[in-house]
Design a protein around this ligand. Structure first.
Ligand SMILES: [Zn+2]
Length: 412
């Protein structure tokens, strides 16, 4: 059975949710006929880069464009939808990284399109190309035949050479917010006659991490796993393998109330039940995040949680995030979470005094660094100002020294 994600892949720009800042510009280019020959789509995974590239490729070849939208009816559009359009070439740079692949592409590129007006090359994960392959691609991008359009996509733009970047029109895709992801899921659920209660949808959205693809895949997995098209919050939670909500709430409230014994006892319960510790930590972090942003949600769980300051919320979330990443390398999965809990609820003087001693030490270090830097500025300035022609150079010299000095202090 095809996945929900592939059957519900948008076929026109209007169906793309949350990326109107991009589709508006692409549609304008299409209807005015002012097109570039290379595009770079930047954004996290699951935000619709490839989908948009395919719609754009279809629109470039559609013979009856409607305000920049592909018509969906002409021979070209129909060939696209049947997956039989021959002038769309998709390359996954993660598995075709080398110069040979790009050379081959370059040779074939010279031939006229076999069906449509425009040959479109989509190179996904383009940052994976080798240095030599990038150089070959650069030459290709400099003067491609007029009937060729390149659409490069990447999740890691900092790995794409500046020379490639500067030859492309750049578009940045955004992660979906709660509103956009909920809209995406509810519209699919409506067509597929799937019913999930409001809290269940909220849970799916919060676990998708802003990725449209992940949100849809989660829904897909749960429907497939349960064989059920009417799902409650509890069923969604079980299917996601999430820990008992009562225990999550109990732990969260214990942290909010600074009740160390309850917090540790709840952890014990989690551990003895064999609950996945990483999953539990993630659920707790997400709940703190959601209740920090939505006071109403916090009030539903408990008053002590609702009155926490933003500073306390961020301290808790940061500490738990550290524990979450430490779990991967810990020889005992429970340890980072236990330590984080004790750190968040200092119950005696030793626990409180430890961090403050460190702070005092750090302060002293900082003052020393600044003192040294100041001495250096006063020493260097007169000498350099004689040599330096412009005022900016005199300023730049001490700044550089200060930076280097700081680095030394850290490594020492
Ligand atoms: Zn068409």
């Amino acid at each position: 059975m095809p996945s929900l994600y592939s059957t519900h892949r948008p076929k026109e720009f209007a169906q793309l949710i949350g990326q109107s800042h991009i589709t508006k510009l692409l549609k304008a280019e299409l209807s005015k006929g002012l097109l570039g020959h290379a595009y770079l789509f930047i954004g996290p995974r699951g935000t619709g880069k490839t989908t948009t590239a395919r719609i754009f490729a279809k629109a470039l070849n559609c013979t009856k464009l409607k305000n920049g939208e592909p018509c969906g009816e002409c021979d070209m559009c129909l060939a696209f939808e049947a997956g039989k359009f021959l002038d769309l070439i998709e390359i996954d740079a993660a598995s075709n990284r080398g110069i040979d692949e790009i050379r081959e592409l370059k040779e074939k590129m010279e031939y006229n399109p076999s069906m449509g007006k425009q040959k479109v090359y989509i190179i996904d994960e383009v940052h994976m190309l080798t240095k030599e392959a990038f150089n070959a691609l650069l030459k290709t991008l400099e003067e491609p035949p007029s009937f060729v359009t390149f659409i490069l996509a990447t999740t890691e733009p900092h790995k794409v050479p500046a020379t490639i970047m500067s030859r492309c029109e750049k578009y940045e895709f955004r992660l979906g917010g709660t509103k956009e992801l909920t809209l995406t899921l509810t519209s699919i659920m409506e067509t597929e006659k799937i019913k999930v209660d409001k809290k269940g949808v909220e849970l799916l959205v919060s676990h998708a991490g802003g990725s449209y693809r992940d949100a849809i895949s989660l829904l897909d997995t749960i429907v497939a796993a349960t064989g059920d098209t009417e799902l409650t919050f509890e069923e969604v939670r079980n299917a996601l393998g999430l820990p008992d909500i009562e225990l999550i709430h109990s732990y969260v409230m214990a942290i909010a109330e600074k009740n160390l014994s309850t917090a540790l006892a709840t952890l014990d319960e989690i551990f003895t039940r064999g609950t996945n510790t990483a999953q539990f930590t993630k659920s707790v972090i997400l709940l703190f995040r959601d209740t920090m942003l939505e006071k109403e949600k916090a009030e539903e769980i408990g008053q002590e949680l609702a009155v926490l300051s933003k500073a306390r919320f961020t301290e808790i979330i940061k500490t738990l995030l550290e524990a979450y990443s430490a779990q991967k390398y810990a020889f005992d999965q429970r340890l980072p979470l236990q330590l984080a809990t004790i750190h968040l609820i200092p119950d005696d003087d030793t626990a409180i005094s430890l961090p403050s001693v460190k702070k005092a030490e750090k302060k002293q270090n900082d003052t020393e660094v600044v003192k040294e830097a100041i001495t250096e500025i006063t020493v260097t300035e007169p000498t350099t100002s004689v040599v330096a022609e412009s005022a900016s150079e005199t300023v730049a010299t001490p700044k550089l020294k200060l930076k280097r000095k700081k680095k030394k202090a850290v490594t020492a």
